[in-house]
Design a protein. Sequence first.
Length: 219
Amino acid sequence: MTYSILTYDRETGIFAAAAATGNLCVGGWVLRGDIESGLVASQGTAPSTFWRDDVLRQMHGGSDAGIAVANVTRTDPGRGHRQIIALDRKGSAMGFTGGESIAFADHICEDGLVVAGNMLTGRSVLDAMISAARNRQATVVNRMLTVLAAADAAGGDTRGLVSAALLILDPHRPPLDLRIDYHNNPLAALKQLCDRAHGFPYHDWLGKVPVLADRSRHP
């Protein structure tokens, strides 16, 4: 049904996330982030937006990803149908995949990196995402787009893709939160939207708004 990735680069302080699915509005349902908290992706057969928001809130309060995910998933009787991954502000990763998730479903956690998916063609999809994410030569935006494309090439969502999303949180730039909610080729549409977001006049305007490194920035 869905695959997603969360990453953190300790050298730059940049968080990056991306997701794609065979259903509508993956960005609105799955991804949330706060540069002072971290990243969360909540998905599954019956995804919980409460899981997503509660984990992010706990990480903002100082909990690490492992504690936040454990606290939120432990008591939910519907957890078997849900999946969540989280990356806290120090880059620690944690994931949970409910036992009743539609196969293939799993997550992989590494330092500063976590991927997850359900209703996939197989584990090779997650392995392809991890491999693509390790390409440090590409820009963070291109790396996330490559991760989504690699997952799709490895089999991806068993139904094909309908929506895709990208979220970049950079201490020196405004958030880049791009979503393709419905498209017959959402990965190509997301790439096209990224290109427009990095062109004139939008990209130039972004240099005038507040960022974490300069909360009072203005024209």
